[in-house]
Design a protein around this ligand. Structure first.
Ligand code: MG
Length: 400
């Protein structure tokens, strides 16, 4: 079908806006499916070039049949035959494995790469997309958490663009329009506080994955929902903000805002504060990352202030939610510490989801793991790969 040969993506021809070609890494997850909602609504602007998934082969097949991409990739090679067989009558190339995902992240014809994989697995394909100079709609925050120094350096070197999909960072990015970063006093990240916001330590000790998975305001994937309950997600978002906006750790503060209507704010040098508000719907920040600097109609419902007549704010409790303190220290000290907390966190969250570790114990194990690893102040990519692997082994030992 070679549909891309007939146009120059992203340019105008005879005053017609040419479609942008997208690669969506992690298309079957929460962000991936909502990205496809945006594409479905704006099929005059966007076309899917490649879709990739980790394990959910049935949904990937369904998406491939609807969006007719050029390429689909399944990370788990066990599902290759199922995928290949289901799409055999269509001119869709089918691949499997991590290397193939890196390849579709850097294909020259693609305009925008949406990185919506979960966790550390997003690092290598994001680097591939950066090296290819892509515009990246970044939803995989772990990439910046683990290797922010390398990502920032490579983005500049290869003239790539990273646009945040995370709602808080999308909000800050919107508030920054027309401003200079040197007039920013503070970035104020809002946090819902998660389902355990009002729990005392005793109640947190016996909190279960099932309780954690019923998030009060946002509907998200399992891993990030647990991270939200433990506030590790907010800790990671501080680190993400540090790299995305180039501010000092002291300039980043977190405020609990249970209604999740203000998605984040900037306090400027003159004391003025800008905030971005909206319904809790990820399709808005996803779409802005795809259409920036343009604003167009979105699938997100409009905010009705009469239904949200009370916006409240609380200070976060770093004692009950120790992950915030752990992440804050990792942000300040840098080096391989954020990589360690990310890998240890992936191990304990997986265990918590399978009821193999308690809620409070997750932070205990992360701290014990940090103490077992050597600090590296300026890690290379190879250092991160080794550190990630070593951390997983050590954290897993603490689970036994
Ligand atoms: Mg967020």
């Amino acid at each position: 079908m070679a549909k891309w040969h007939c146009h120059q993506p992203g340019r105008t021809h005879n005053n017609v806006i040419m479609k942008k070609l997208l690669t969506i890494l992690g298309s079957t997850g929460s962000i991936g499916t909502q990205t496809l909602d945006v594409v479905r609504m704006h099929n005059d602007r966007f076309e899917v070039y490649a879709l990739t998934a980790n394990n959910n082969v049935q949904l990937l097949i369904k998406q491939a049949l609807e969006f007719k991409p050029e390429v689909v990739v399944i990370a788990n090679e066990c599902h290759y035959n199922t995928l290949k067989c289901a799409l055999k009558e269509y001119p869709i190339k089918v691949y499997a494995g991590a290397k193939a995902i890196e390849e579709v992240a850097s294909i020259s014809i693609v305009d925008i790469v949406v990185t919506a994989m979960v966790g550390y697995s997003g690092l290598a394909p994001t680097i591939a997309a950066i090296k290819a100079g892509k515009r990246i709609a970044l939803a995989n925050k772990e990439t910046l958490v683990v290797a922010g120094n390398i990502i920032t350096e490579l983005t500049l070197k290869h003239n790539a663009t990273i646009l945040p999909v995370d709602s808080e960072h999308g909000a800050i990015f919107q508030c920054l329009q027309g401003e200079d970063t040197n007039v920013v006093n503070k970035l104020i990240l809002t946090a819902s506080g998660g389902p355990f916001r009002t729990y005392d330590i005793e109640k947190l000790r016996t909190a279960t994955a099932k309780e954690a998975l019923s998030h009060p305001t946002w509907s998200m994937g399992n891993k990030i929902t647990i991270d939200s309950a433990s506030l590790m997600n907010k800790g990671f978002e501080m680190i993400e903000a540090k790299w995305l906006f180039g501010v000092d750790p002291d300039q980043i503060i977190v405020i609990i805002h249970p209604q999740s209507i203000i998605h984040s704010m900037i306090e400027y040098k003159d004391g003025s504060i800008k905030a971005q508000l909206g319904e809790t719907d990820m399709r808005l920040p996803i779409q802005y990352a795809l259409t920036y600097p343009e604003r167009i109609k979105s699938p997100t419902p409009f905010l009705d202030f009469t239904k949200h007549n009370q916006l409240t704010f609380e200070e976060p409790d770093f004692k009950r939610f120790r992950n915030l303190e752990i992440a804050y220290q990792a942000m300040k000290q840098g080096g391989n510490l954020p990589c360690i907390i990310n890998a240890a966190n992936e191990v304990v969250v997986d265990a918590f989801l399978h009821d193999k570790v308690g809620f409070i114990e997750m932070s205990d194990i992360i701290e014990k793991t940090i103490n077992r690893l050597a600090f590296i102040s300026n890690p290379t990519y190879e250092d991160y790969v080794a550190c990630d692997a070593e951390t997983r082994i050590i954290a897993s030992e603490f689970l036994k």
